[in-house]
Structures are given as structure tokens and as C-alpha cells.
Design a protein around this ligand. Sequence first.
Ligand SMILES: Nc1ncnc2c1ncn2[C@@H]1O[C@H](COP(=O)(O)OP(=O)(O)OP(=O)(O)O)[C@@H](O)[C@H]1O
Ligand SMILES: [Mg+2]
Length: 620
Amino acid sequence: RTRSGSFSLGMKVGVSAGDVLFQVVGPAEKGREYLLAGLPLDRAAEAEHHGSSGDVIITPRVVELCGACGDELDNGFIRLTAKSEPPRFKKVRKEIKYRESWANIARAFIDPPVYNRILLGLDSVGEIRRVSVIFLSFTGLDYDEDPEVTRKLEAVYSWVYGLTQRYNGSINKVDMGDKGSKMILTFGAPTAYENDERHAVHCGLELIRGREEFNQWNLKWKLGISTGVVFAGEVGAPNRQEYTVMGSTVNLSARLMAKCKPGQLLVDQSTFSRTSEFFDYNKPKKFKFKGISQPLSTYEPKSVKTAIPRMDVRSSKPLIGRLTEMKKITGVIEDVGKRKMRVIVIMGSAGVGKSRLSQETLQLIDAEGFNAGGGEALSYAKKSPYLIWISILRGLMGLLSSSGTAENLERIKDAVEQSDPEHAYRTPLIANLLGISCPDNEITQHFDAKLRQENIYDFLLQYFRFKSEAKPVALFFEDAQWIDKNSLELIAYLMRNLADCPLMLVLVRRPYSEQFTVEQITEIEQSDAAVRIPIGEFDRELTEKFALSCLEAQQIDGRLLDFIFDASHGNASFIEVLISNLKSQAKIKLVTNREGVVKAEREGELSDVEVPDSLNSLIM
Ligand SMILES: Nc1ncnc2c1ncn2[C@@H]1O[C@H](COP(=O)(O)OP(=O)(O)OP(=O)(O)O)[C@@H](O)[C@H]1O
Ligand SMILES: [Mg+2]
């Protein structure tokens, strides 16, 4: 009986006994987890399956140990009956003395946001919120016989933990039970971020790709992702609580997982519609699910979509300032026209106008008849090997997410054969790099990882040589502050080997993080072929010009301009947001004088205007 009515709860219990693997996994400071695994767990689950509501089923091993008796079922399982003697045990429990620092040790087992909430004494009320849930299962670890299993378990767990961290997710549950080991990962709880569903799918793709080591162990993964509303919060009795997510969204993710073939990832409609812009998906398939009357569409993401973002944007606003920068760029374009490879590094802090300058560059080279390609690195995919190159190559080869595998494969085949007919056998290597599945042929099937890489690198040399023969080629690397190490190595490799090709590489980046130390950065950016173009904030005069263009005015009130310049320090993104805030708060009015000149003026006091205190709050 509850305040909301009466409900009946049924419970059945399976009991088993035996040796289990007990292991604490994960990094020492946070993200720890204790795991139980082994046959007795599977047997307990099996026992439970033999019962129905109200039953306690025990395994033969339990009978052996404590001599309980009851009704005999299949395979030696016993159902305890009312007449069953209660089993007798020696009292074994001792008082446990916790070490003084137990709180610190325990802390590592609690998700930091949950820990902080407990620390602050905040009520652990549950909340209803939207999350994306990954339900994953893997098979292939033998918890009972394999002497290496603890090492493997640690490796698998730490890897999943690391990936989850990278995509702002959280490991919510781990269960090493029967029919494979399962984990529930949440994106959006306990902490919500922008693009939680996008992060979940990205994480799912990496999980399904696995690691080479795991192939040797023969691990098989299945993943289901669903997005929707769940109950999230701490549940349990006062002396044992757990942060958990519950609801039909979680169930659906488990059911999706169950529909997967080994090595497959399926997502639900809601995850699909929120992410179809960012990933290539296979054609949907409908399945019937337990407890849901209508069949549901399921979608299988294949790879990160590789449209060329922002590349085609023709800015309607004219370029403000940047004369010296454009002069350097024009010089480089001339050099490339004379069959030289050159590199431009457009660098500066967030929002200063780097991408705007690269757009301007794109328009210039377009007019010069260059071929252009480009891609962007992603903040959450800093370790995805070659991600940005994959976008660039897919774009250049004309691979489309809307076309089928056969069509895309045909394009890759053409590219390989045209640029290097002698090595036409390389098609499967290139296809697989670009996320188009293609079985190995007689030659490539014998290649090990090293040989594959050498062949891919060599193909790229031939490809760009061939491609730049007809027209110069320009490649844009947007948001290169998030580029992965392998992509940088490839850039350096091409620079070493294609010095006499009309090829222009444009790296557009914020400062690299201090931890990102790849030796190729120096090699690339300090080379004679490279020109570094630092982009700074606008001075007051350019701020005025830029503000006028944002306001679509010809004049601006001096104190309004002061306010904008002081708050923004001349940062273009900042100015844009600030002006749009001022407009929406009716702090600016446009006045047209008799000569038809539009002037922007202050309306009321500006002191209470909301000013974003840092650019991060604007951009992230
Ligand atoms: N010189 C300029 N002339 C006209 N508009 C500009 C200029 N510089 C920047 N802008 C505009 O200001 C906004 C922010 O600039 P942009 O996107 O190029 O910044 P960014 O340096 O690439 O930022 P991020 O580091 O976030 O990628 C854009 O709308 C852009 O069109
Ligand atoms: Mg940019």
C-alpha cells in the first residue's frame, strides 16, 4: 500500500554457493568498482529461473553445504517449502574495524558528482531527467578457469571507464552475471552536458570497435542505446544506497542489446533522430519488443558523418580588418601555384575569428581553381585515430552517407586505381580506414598492422600526387586543437614527402593544451613550408566596424561602443553574443536621422545587462 494506491510485488530468490572471483577494478582515485564474477553467480540466476513468485530455489551445492531439503526440480535444483528446516550456519561475522581513512577509500567507488552531493548534504531526491543509456554486454572472459582473468577484467573495465569519461558519461552498473557481463553507462546523469546523445553514440562506436588485444581474447560485444526520460537518484535503505537510473528507457536499451548480433550496436528512434545529423546509419530495421505492442525501428550507426561543416558557408558579412593576415595567405597561395607544398597555421583563442579567416581563404583558392577538402576535429574524439583525415578523404573521394556501401566502394576503387594502378589491391585497406566495410583480398589478408599502415601511407602519397597534378589541392583542418596524434603524424609524413606538390594545408586551431605534446607539432609548424598566422582580438576601431556590421547600422553611440569594447576585449564571438543580448533586452535602439543614416544608441542603463563572464560560457 502506498499513497498512490496498492501494488503487488512478487519476488523469487535463487541461492547458490561456491568460489567466486572478487576483484576491485579501475583507477585508484576515482571510478573504482568491486566486481563479483564466476559460476556461482550464473548458478544463482539459473536457480531463480526455475522458480516463480514466492519461491526460494537452491542449487545442489547449497544442499551439500547446509543440508536443506524441499521439492526436487529439474537438474537437481531444490525448491524450499514451508516444511524445510531452516539451514543452520556457524556464526562467522566479526565486527569489522574500518581503517581511519575508509571514507577516502570509499570515495573512489562513488561517482564524483554523487559524492559531492552527499558531501554537501543535499537531499537525495530522485529526479526525472532525459538521458542516453548504453546497455552493453560482452562475452569471452572465463572467470572460473582463466588464470589471466583478473588482468583482463581490469583491462576491459579501465578501457570502458576511460572511454566513458572521455564522452562525459558515467558507469552506472556492472554485472558479471549469466549470459555475459553487462554494464549500464549513462550520459546525462548524474551530470548533464550538451549533446549527451551524440556523446553516447560516439562512445558506442568506439566500444564496438574494441581493441586489438580484445580480439585475441575473443571478446564479443553487443550494445543497445536508447534516449528518453528516466528516474535517476539514490535509492535503497539508509545503510545501503546506490545511485541508479530506472525506467522504460533503460529497459529498452537492454532489449536493443539483446537484438544485436555480436559486434553490433543498435539505437532507438529517439537516439537516431537526435544524432542522425552527426553519424551515418544503416537502413532501419523493425523489431518486436517484449512489453511493447508496436514493432519499433532500430538503427545501426556505422561511422561519424563526414560532411564538411562550415566549409561551404559563404559569410554574408564582409571581412573586417585582417589585412596583413590576408597578405600572408595570398603569398602562400601564390607559392602553391608554383608547385610548392605550403602550410598555413591560423591560430588564436576561442572566438577571435580564425574560422572566418579560413572561410576567406577558401573563397580565394576557390577563385584560383584549387580543389578543396576539409574536416574538423572534435573535442570529445581527441584520441580517435585519423578522425579528421577520414572526413577529408571521404569528402575528396565523394563518399556520401546516403549512398550504399557498393556505391561508396566503387568510388574508393576508382580513387585507388586511378592514382596508383600498380597497387590496386589496396582498396580494402582504404575502404576500411574510411569506415566502408570491404573484405580483405588475397594480398591484403596477409598484411599485419604495420604493413597495412605503410600501404595506406604510401597510397596517400600517390593519391595526393595524382590529385594535385591537375589542380592544386587545399586541405582545411578545422579546430585542430583537438586533432589526434596519428593525424598529425600523417601531416608531417606528407610534408616530408610531397614538398614539390601544389598542396596547401590549412590548420585552424586554438592553443594546444599543455598535455598535448606530440613532437610532430614542432616539425610541422616550425618547418620552412609553414607560416604561422596568429589572430588577435579587434582593436577599438575594428570593434566599432564589426559591431556596426552586427547591428546593421552606420553609426554607434560612443558610450555604447565603450561598453561593448570593455566587456568583449575585441573578441568577435563575444561581441556577437553581447549585441544579441543587448538587442533582446531592448538596450539598443536604432535611430534613422534625416539623411537616412542609422545610428545605434543606448536605451536605459547598461549596468544591469548580462555579460557572459567568460568565453567558455559562450562556446561550450
Ligand atoms: N574579421 C572578421 N570579419 C567579419 N566577421 C568576423 C571576423 N572575425 C570573426 N567574425 C565573425 O565572428 C564570429 C566568430 O568568429 P569565428 O567563428 O571565426 O571564430 P573562431 O576563432 O573560429 O572561434 P572558435 O575557436 O570557437 O572556432 C563568426 O560569426 C565570424 O563570422
Ligand atoms: Mg572556429
